[in-house]
Design a binder for this molecule. Structure first.
Ligand code: FES
Ligand code: FES
Length: 167
């Protein structure tokens, strides 16, 4: 079967089996290997991409269900010459060790900062109107992105740094 997707602003028509996941389409059919496969079961967040602006685990998405949708991957938010604020902050704060989880962390944090700026509360928000980017908020909101190197403190520092730049 065929599905038309817009990935990082470019339209693609991809031919695929009806069971193909969006993660496999991105990595294996479109060659966008920045998006990582960790668990392939929706448990680690390594495969996080933006789907019409919202963060999703691409290993849990079937390509066939996304006709006409807009996908953004780590390759779409910056380039080595023009890093996004979050990409820069991860480099500056050393927000990684092996780096395998990093694209997923950055994509998830990109959506998370937007969610906070729109006032979306989390389980730990004490002010439902204007959530504040505390360590606790970040830990809760980023809890779907596991880091086996346990670089969490520096990941949170990088996110806080990027949030300051965006103000
Ligand atoms: S590879 Fe998708 S959540 Fe782990
Ligand atoms: S930096 Fe190694 S898994 Fe996160």
């Amino acid at each position: 079967m065929k599905t038309i997707l817009t990935v990082n602003g470019k339209q693609h028509e991809v031919g695929h089996d009806s069971r193909r996941t969006l993660l496999d389409t991105l990595r294996d059919d479109l060659g966008l290997q920045g998006t990582k496969k960790g668990c392939d079961h929706g448990q680690c967040g390594a495969c996080t991409v933006l789907l019409n602006g919202e963060r999703v685990n691409s290993c849990l998405c079937l390509t066939a269900m996304h006709e006409g949708d807009e996908i953004t991957t780590i390759e779409g938010i910056g380039s080595p010459e023009r890093l996004s604020a979050l990409q820069k902050a991860f480099v500056e704060k050393d927000g990684y060790q092996c780096g395998y989880c990093t694209p997923g962390q950055i994509m998830s944090a990109t959506a998370m900062l937007k969610e906070i700026s729109e006032g979306a509360p989390s389980y730990v928000s004490d002010d439902l109107g204007a959530p504040h980017l505390s360590d606790e908020e970040m830990a809760e909101r980023m809890s779907g992105n596991l880091c086996r190197c346990s670089a969490y403190p520096l990941i949170r520092e990088a996110i806080a740094m990027a949030a300051e730049v965006k103000k």
